[in-house]
Design a protein around this ligand. Structure first.
Ligand SMILES: [Zn+2]
Length: 227
């Protein structure tokens, strides 16, 4: 392509999107903005705002931030039992003798562990898969912590496995894939209840959620325990 064509195309793009290319007075600033803008949900303009904010802070505060990120990157561990992010070989949950190791909840990542822990309703262990099977994103079963889970189930040390993946096509596919690997094992498999959120009006619930709520109805006495 001629340089003139490429020049006009580039500027047409910026005009069409009501944007102008950022002109940096410093290469160091530009590099920092480019790095920060790689983070999810952060565009170039937000990145510039954040970088300028850091520049206005006392120098040791910015150094502390970069040091803690570096330290996290270099020293972070994954629990050898459940694959949760941990500072030690065994995470606090797996190392706690008061937790029930025979009850294991399968989740996608640490955010799900934190969400369930915040409910204070669960006293079992977890197994963190590190994602969901998603052919569209190039994630296959071999990219996830599935073999160690299957191995754990087959060792016969567990009573119940709870599937707690999100209710999406990828989540359902992953649940089904794991279930097929262990269906001959002597273990109870359950899935977290899907249904109407607390405080939701029934008429506004979508058909799939409402349909699942009817199919997975529970004894009335059980509903009293959770209130
Ligand atoms: Zn653990």
């Amino acid at each position: 392509m001629l340089w003139k064509e490429s020049f006009f195309l580039k500027h047409f793009f910026y005009l069409a999107h009501n944007l102008r290319p950022m002109e940096f007075s410093s290469k160091l600033l530009e590099n920092a903005v480019n790095e920060v803008s790689q983070l999810p949900g952060i565009g170039k303009r937000t990145a510039l705002r954040l970088v300028l904010h850091l520049l206005n802070q006392p120098e040791d505060q910015t150094l502390q931030l970069s040091l803690s990120l570096q330290k996290m990157r270099e020293e972070i561990n994954f629990c050898k039992n459940c694959h949760n992010i941990s500072d030690t070989d065994l995470c606090e949950i797996c190392a706690n003798p008061n937790r029930d190791a025979k009850l294991v909840c399968v989740v996608e990542d640490i955010r799900d562990v934190m969400a369930i822990e915040n409910t204070s309703q669960y006293r079992g262990h977890y197994h963190v898969l590190g994602g969901k099977i998603s052919p569209m994103d190039g994630v296959g079963p071999g990219d996830l912590n599935i073999p160690t889970l299957v191995q754990k189930v087959k060792s016969g040390t567990m009573n119940e496995l709870i599937f707690a993946l999100s209710s999406t096509m990828e989540g359902d596919t992953t649940n089904f894939y794991i279930f097929k690997q262990i269906e001959d094992c002597d273990i109870i498999t359950t899935t977290i209840a899907r249904g109407i959120s607390v405080g939701d009006e029934l008429e506004y619930a979508d058909e799939v959620t409402l349909g699942r709520s009817i199919l997975n109805r529970i004894p009335f006495e059980s509903s009293l325990k959770s209130t």
